[in-house]
Ligand binder design. Structure first.
Ligand code: HEC
Ligand code: HEC
Length: 291
């Protein structure tokens, strides 16, 4: 009897292993195909400028878009995930130093990366959040590109990134934004300029940095990954709907909420939001209260 049960259990386990191996092979092949796809698009190329006001705007945008949280403080690159299940992910050296952008990395290459989420060979970048940057105005993207193209060289070399099995499975199930190029409308015309003022329109423009976690409607929901907290509702029906501008600003600069909660920067990135100017935070708050 026991022998028979063991036999059946063994059979069931065997079938399961074969099914899982089969699924994994399918996921491996299909993610490889998506990662190697060459996008036949005509890139929208933004210029590299050397004007000091443009460079100063670029530096501010780099901080509020958290480029340095992934690419390192000096943008000389950083290992941003090193995990057996997720893989080894490098946010590369953006400077022209050793291990950085090649010397002939030009305006078209910068635009391919930021506007389209693509490498110069037109294959998609992994995990680089270009689907958010592509929503910026021409003026702001130009400022970012100009600032990056003028960085002091930093010598820092890295091994190649590689995607782990869990990342592949999650990407196959569309639970992980592995390939932002797939989420981008490559033909959309960018807004020339968005006026920096305390308006709902400017708040909405800035809120593209929040919707990746707080969802499109900014009402929050399930954790972004296992082990993380529920994402808070930050619309008019959540806590920020009740806060004054000063309380909103204080929360996003210190991680301390008026209700006495301490937000962890690795869960709610207030190290990024603390870089926003007063005007930007007031515009954001105005917009959040309007939804
Ligand atoms: C969430 C982390 C993250 C953030 C934030 C981020 N990047 Fe990246 N970026 C990456 C990763 C990862 C890659 C490498 C992708 C690859 O090699 O497939 C990358 C690649 C790039 C590339 C290389 C393109 C190429 O052709 O190889 C450029 C340029 C770049 N990022 C610029 C920026 C700028 C500018 C910002 C801010 C506006 C930014 N990144 C914000 C993770 C990030
Ligand atoms: C990487 C994901 C992520 C991003 C990006 C993000 N948030 Fe959050 N945010 C969270 C999580 C998770 C919480 C809940 C944290 C907790 O409960 O401890 C949170 C909490 C908050 C809170 C506190 C809400 C409360 O009820 O106390 C505010 C305010 C907030 N976020 C505003 C923003 C704004 C504004 C942006 C965009 C500029 C933003 N967040 C971007 C993940 C994120």
């Amino acid at each position: 009897m026991i022998k028979k049960i063991l036999k059946v259990t063994g059979l069931v386990l065997g079938v399961l292993v074969v099914l899982i191996a089969g699924y994994y092979t399918k996921a491996h092949i299909s993610t490889n195909r998506r990662m190697q796809k060459q996008y036949a698009i005509t890139p929208q190329v933004l210029p590299i400028l050397n004007d000091s006001a443009v460079l100063a705007r670029g530096e501010h945008l780099i901080r509020i878009k958290a480029c340095n949280e992934c690419h390192g403080k000096d943008l000389g690159g950083k290992v941003f995930v090193d995990d057996a299940a997720l893989g080894l992910l490098i946010a590369p050296n953006l400077t022209k130093g050793k291990g950085g952008r090649p010397l002939d990395f030009n305006a078209e290459d910068w635009s391919l990366a930021l506007r389209h989420g693509l490498r110069r060979d037109r294959t998609p970048l992994l995990f680089m959040p270009s689907h958010e940057f592509t929503l910026m105005s021409e003026e702001d993207l130009t400022a970012i590109i100009s600032y990056c193209a003028n960085l002091e060289p930093v010598d820092r070399e890295f091994p190649k990134s590689n995607i782990g099995p869990l990342a592949r499975v999650l990407a196959d199930l569309d639970k992980l934004p592995l390939l932002p190029a797939e989420m981008i409308d490559h033909d959309r015309k960018l807004a020339k300029q968005v006026k920096a003022e305390v308006s709902e329109e400017y708040g909405k423009y800035l809120a593209t940095s929040c919707s990746g976690c707080h969802r499109e409607n900014l009402k929050g929901g399930d954790p972004v990954a296992p082990g993380y907290p529920e994402v808070a509702d930050i619309s008019s029906t959540g806590h920020p709907g009740q806060w004054t501008d000063e309380q909103f600003i204080q929360t996003l600069r210190t991680g301390l909420t008026p209700e006495g909660k301490t937000l962890k920067p690795e869960e709610m990135p207030w190290t990024m939001t603390k870089e926003f100017s007063d005007l930007e935070l007031k515009a954001l708050h105005l917009y959040l209260k309007s939804i």
